[in-house]
Write a protein that binds this ligand. Structure first.
Ligand SMILES: Nc1ncnc2c1ncn2[C@@H]1O[C@H](COP(=O)(O)OP(=O)(O)OP(=O)(O)O)[C@@H](O)[C@H]1O
Ligand SMILES: [Mg+2]
Length: 205
């Protein structure tokens, strides 16, 4: 892969997922740091004749919320015969909640943890008010941003319209019981956030 994607210089690869590769990149114009996700074109755009007419990119592009990770831009990135698409997001320089809790040098206090979970509640309320489910609330998808260490919700790869019945998505350790047996609604996301709070609280004690 070229070291330059449109106006961004790739600094390093951050991860290889089953659906996307992720990179830390620097804007050639402003020198600011950004998070770039490269995914197959069909993951970026709603598929015709599919009951799921929302995707991570469609949601993020329209989202305006202080505690939802900020969308910057998107552009096609075809490589050979593969139609791929890049999504550029603000870079969460403070890592994700799982890494934050695992790092000994960043002692997270109870007050800070409660503030982070409160901010994620507000982000989740915003998602639910749009009639959508996140479906993968876990500590990897809670991102810490900036000097003020603001928690923001990310990981919208499995976002869906409400009344979901898909049992295969998400992270089972954080999944509400009804997700394994029946259709589920926004309460299932709230259950997952409760598990995150409980797990994180045990870790900081
Ligand atoms: N904006 C960001 N800035 C910095 N790191 C990020 C950002 N977004 C995600 N990450 C890191 O990259 C990891 C993977 O990203 P992301 O969660 O978006 O994709 P995924 O886990 O493959 O899919 P899903 O959307 O289903 O969670 C996150 O767990 C987090 O550690
Ligand atoms: Mg994730």
């Amino acid at each position: 892969m070229s070291d330059v994607l449109n106006d961004y210089r790739i600094i390093r690869k951050l991860g290889v997922g089953s659906f996307a590769d992720t990179f830390l990149a620097e804007s050639i114009r402003s020198n600011g740091l950004y998070f770039i996700k490269i995914l197959k074109k069909e993951r970026a755009f709603p598929q015709e004749n599919s009951s799921k007419d929302i995707t991570e990119m469609k949601f993020l592009k329209a989202a305006e919320h202080p505690f939802v990770i900020q969308y910057i831009e998107d552009f096609p990135y075809p490589i050979r015969y593969l139609e791929q698409h890049c999504i550029v997001l603000e870079y969460a320089d403070g890592q994700d909640l799982r890494k934050k809790l695992a790092s000994l040098k960043n002692q997270v206090t109870e007050d800070v943890l409660l503030t982070w979970v409160t901010l994620i509640c507000l982000a989740l309320a915003y998602v639910h008010a749009k009639g959508l489910l996140h479906r993968n609330i876990n500590p990897d998808n809670i991102l810490i941003v900036g000097e003020q260490q603001i928690a923001k919700l990310g990981g919208f790869g499995t976002i869906s319209n409400i009344y979901s019945s898909d049992k295969t998505v998400g992270t089972w350790q954080y999944s509400a019981p009804e997700r394994f047996t029946q259709d589920y609604q926004d309460e299932a996301d709230i259950w997952s956030l409760g598990v995150v709070l409980n797990e994180s609280h045990i870790k900081i004690l």
